[in-house]
Design a protein around this ligand. Structure first.
Ligand SMILES: [Zn+2]
Length: 164
């Protein structure tokens, strides 16, 4: 017998075995295959919330660039606020309990003129407030806030995204 004369037999038998296994798996064991299903994922508020926060943060970046492009300067005021702090502010009449600061959807910004003067009046913030609101229809500027009686109660350095 030549050394490799049995090789064609091995190839033929292994090919036949492979065909047998493949066909058995294909025809007989269909039920044993994992049953993958495509899920129609519906985004809940919880899964969407961070995206809104991220979009808000992106708007802040655009906003600050705009302020600098106009020759003005700004520094950060308060951004995130704990619920405990919000309760303290509400007690002191300086804020509300359900503040968007607690949701990472509000920030306070201190505006400075091109000459470096700290600006406090609504008229100084107004053009930037309008620009902030133009970035997204959910964006609101605190300069337009009213109290519960309907009287204007501006919070000029406050910028937020009302997505709740
Ligand atoms: Zn604020």
């Amino acid at each position: 017998m030549k050394p490799l004369s049995f090789l064609p037999w091995i190839i033929a038998i292994s090919g036949f075995m492979w065909l047998l296994i493949w066909s058995a798996e294909y025809f007989c064991f269909e039920d044993l295959k994992p049953n993958y299903r495509t899920l129609n994922l519906v985004e809940t508020r919880a899964t969407c919330h961070w995206k809104e926060q991220a979009a808000f943060a992106q708007d802040i970046a655009t906003f600050i660039s705009y302020i600098h492009s106009k020759g003005y300067y700004c520094t950060f005021g308060e951004a995130w606020r704990s619920h405990e702090q919000a309760e303290i502010y509400a007690h002191e009449g300086k804020g509300i309990v359900n503040s968007l600061h607690c949701e990472r959807l509000a920030f306070d910004l201190n505006l400075y003129s091109p000459e470096g003067k700290y600006l406090k009046e609504a008229k100084d913030y107004a053009p930037f407030g309008r620009y902030w609101c133009s970035l997204n229809k959910k964006n609101r500027w605190g300069g337009c806030f009213h109290d519960h009686t309907g009287r204007l109660k501006p919070d000029c350095d406050h910028f937020e995204r009302n997505s709740l």
